[in-house]
Design a protein around this ligand. Structure first.
Ligand SMILES: Nc1ncnc2c1ncn2[C@@H]1O[C@H](COP(=O)(O)OP(=O)(O)OP(=O)(O)O)[C@@H](O)[C@H]1O
Ligand SMILES: [Mg+2]
Length: 268
């Protein structure tokens, strides 16, 4: 059985991130089998697929956490070779991994600046490595305000005292504050309640509206259809197609994901 082809969207700009022919093998398990992905600035690209379909492996390759065996990755049209997450971060790709990436005992400002702390000016910073905590707090408050995370009231609050949704918001804010071009979120709302999920999805939209490309991995079809501009469907390590919420229904998406339906042509 096949479903209707997806109308090709007319992109208003060149892709910010592209993957071509990615292959990643773990011993005898094929994690990724010749996968292409295209992300435009100012869009939310959802990545869906069953457990083990290769979603996390795909975004780990894009974020420098894994080095693909074959294929190429391009940022703004130029090929990159990420060897570690820091390389991807320097290219403007920020990732929130499936396991929550915040340091619970630190406050919100420190979490936002983790691994990129601002030092004091002059020898105090360069020789004595002293942190400019005032400047970090000021910038953190700015980021939080810009991203509209209204539920975070006190920048000095330890992250361990925040609710699950607020914590996830800090992780997303961290990604959005410094990413610049691409934010990748692996199941950011999996453990969250309805209200908290709404907060994180709002942040995702805000990042998109600021012109960032957002990749959102999720098992939650209503969330995906609510927030995504395009949907990349992974199946058994390969890409089974790219659809949009306008071109296909949730039932279609699940059918393509499980192999019950095949897509005849795909969106770019
Ligand atoms: N480090 C690893 N070593 C061996 N096999 C791996 C490794 N990482 C992933 N795999 C395998 O690669 C395949 C794809 O895994 P991946 O984690 O990308 O799936 P996923 O789509 O993210 O699934 P989920 O929805 O459960 O998060 C699976 O069969 C998995 O067992
Ligand atoms: Mg995964």
């Amino acid at each position: 059985m096949t479903t209707a082809p997806t109308p090709t969207p007319t992109p208003t700009s060149a892709p910010v991130l592209e993957a071509k022919g990615l292959v990643k093998v773990f011993g005898r398990v094929v994690g990724l089998n010749d996968v292409d992905l295209t992300l435009y600035p100012g869009e939310v690209l959802a990545v869906i697929g069953d457990n083990g379909a290769g979603k996390s492996t795909l975004i780990k390759c894009l974020s420098g956490a894994l080095v693909p065996d074959q294929g190429s990755i391009l940022v703004d049209g130029s090929e990159v070779n990420f060897k570690r997450p820091q390389d991807a971060r320097e290219a403007g790709i920020e990732t929130v991994y499936q396991t929550l990436a915040v340091a619970p005992a630190l406050d919100i400002a420190s979490n936002l600046f983790l691994a990129r702390e601002i030092r004091r000016k002059g020898v105090l910073g360069s020789v004595f490595r002293m942190l400019d905590t005032g400047e970090m707090k000021r910038q953190a408050a700015d980021h939080i305000k810009r991203l509209g995370i209204s539920t975070l009231q006190n920048i000095n609050q330890a992250v361990e005292t925040l609710s699950g949704g607020q914590r996830q918001s800090v992780a997303v804010a961290r990604a959005g504050a410094f990413g610049g071009r691409v934010v990748i979120l692996d199941e950011p709302t999996a453990a969250l309640g309805v209200r908290e999920t709404g907060q994180v999805l709002k942040l995702v939209r805000d990042l998109r509206d600021q012109g960032l490309g957002v990749i959102l991995i999720s098992h939650n079809m209503p969330n995906v259809f609510d927030v995504a501009d395009r949907i990349h469907i992974q199946r058994l390590g390969g890409c089974a197609g790219v659809i949009t919420p306008q071109s296909h229904s949730m039932e279609d998406a699940v059918a393509i994901m499980t192999g019950a339906k095949k897509l005849v042509a795909e969106a770019r």
